[in-house]
Design a protein around this ligand. Structure first.
Ligand code: G3I
Length: 333
């Protein structure tokens, strides 16, 4: 059967997934299947601060370099996640970083990491998850250490520094919880649009928006028109769009795997049919490859403890209904 990357490529779209070095290293069958299906690889962990910065004065690129080489060897693109985030910071961060040295640490990190892969990265999530409307600021920004130390312009600064360090990479703002017709997602969509408009109006070198797309099979408040309009608004700013972290939580469905797989597949197909209708969408990535290794097992486990089934491949690397749903969505795009 034709792999997802080929079906996507036939429509000018890049398909891939997030993965961790350890998983590819320990499981040759997974490595082969990943290389067969994916045209782009993003490290799930290895480019985060806590992985790259074991101590304040050291950058350790070993794990990410391994993944970059794996991608290159198998003709895949490599994408970076993420230069700036409030999460996954190293333990030393709190003791070492303060108002006085924050800008130096920030600029040095972005410069060093983006330069290390300059010319080789398809795209960088320059800033991840900077919006939190529940923090009640008028600009919708989340109260993060970076906001506290550097003020709201830290986002613009990050893009400028990244562009200087790697002029070739597509620079992306990436965010979550934007997909549904709920008051919270609505507020977040508005805040994201405001942020993107502001960045563009100030001439910030931002090229794309990443919509994470962590979906819920049980969530009924999906409105194609609302999502379609949001994507069109983003595109009208001259930005490309990437679906960066697609998966479908099966948490509150009945235990029967057949029922869950049908609901998860339907959510994939519904969602992708709307998203792929927007011509600005250039890439779709799953957040993980097989059900065995999904972050959802840890973060949103099922109450009955049945193994979660949010991804296109099952734990034995057999394509599930979700795989066929994604394949159909690409074929129809
Ligand atoms: O550091 C230890 C590691 O040495 C050990 O092998 C492992 C064994 O479980 O534990 C490790 O810590 C893990 C850590 O990632 C590594 O940085 C934690 O258990 C794990 O909970 C943690 O979670 C990751 C999380 O981001 C924070 O970095 C998830 O796996 C990853 O899927 C998740 O990804 C995020 C995106 O970056 C941003 N969008 C949301 C998405 C899902 O939460």
């Amino acid at each position: 059967y034709t792999p997802l990357k080929k079906r996507a490529a036939a429509k000018g779209i890049i398909y891939g997934a997030a993965i961790r070095r350890g998983l590819l290293e320990e499981n040759p069958k997974l490595a082969a299947s990943f290389a067969q299906q994916c045209g782009i690889l993003v490290p799930e962990w290895e480019l985060k601060w806590n992985f790259l910065r074991p101590t304040p004065n050291k950058f350790d690129f070993t794990a990410s370099d391994w993944l970059a080489k794996f991608a290159r060897t198998h003709g895949m693109l490599y994408r970076g996640h993420t230069l700036v985030w409030h999460d996954a910071l190293p333990k030393w961060f709190k003791e070492v970083v303060n108002r006085r040295n924050a800008e130096k640490v920030f600029v040095e990190h972005i410069t060093t990491v983006a330069k290390h892969y300059a010319g080789q990265m398809h795209s960088w999530d320059v800033v991840n998850e900077a919006i939190e409307t529940r923090d009640k600021r008028s600009d919708g920004l989340k109260n993060t250490p970076w906001l506290k130390f550097l003020g709201p312009d830290y986002i613009e600064l990050a893009f400028r520094v990244a562009a200087q360090a790697d002029p070739k990479a597509l620079l992306v703002y990436n965010d979550t919880a934007l997909e549904y017709n709920t008051p919270r997602d609505e507020a977040r969509r508005n805040a994201v649009l405001k942020l993107l408009e502001r960045l563009k109006s100030r001439g910030t070198p931002i090229h794309a928006f990443g919509i994470q797309s962590h979906l819920w099979a049980t969530e009924k408040r999906f409105n194609p028109k609302v999502l379609r309009k949001f994507l069109a608004d983003v595109a009208s700013l001259g930005l490309k769009i990437l679906v960066t972290e697609l998966d479908v939580t099966d948490q509150d469905l009945p235990k029967d795997p057949k029922i869950r797989d049908r609901a998860v597949a339907a959510a994939y197909e519904n969602y992708l049919s709307v998203v792929l209708d927007e011509k600005a969408v250039i890439a779709v990535l799953n957040w993980g490859f097989s059900d065995r290794d999904s972050w959802i097992a840890q973060y949103a486990p099922r109450k009955d403890n049945a193994p979660v089934r949010p991804l296109p491949f099952d734990s034995n690397l057999k394509p599930k209904l979700a795989w066929y749903a994604i394949a159909r969505a690409f074929d129809r795009a």
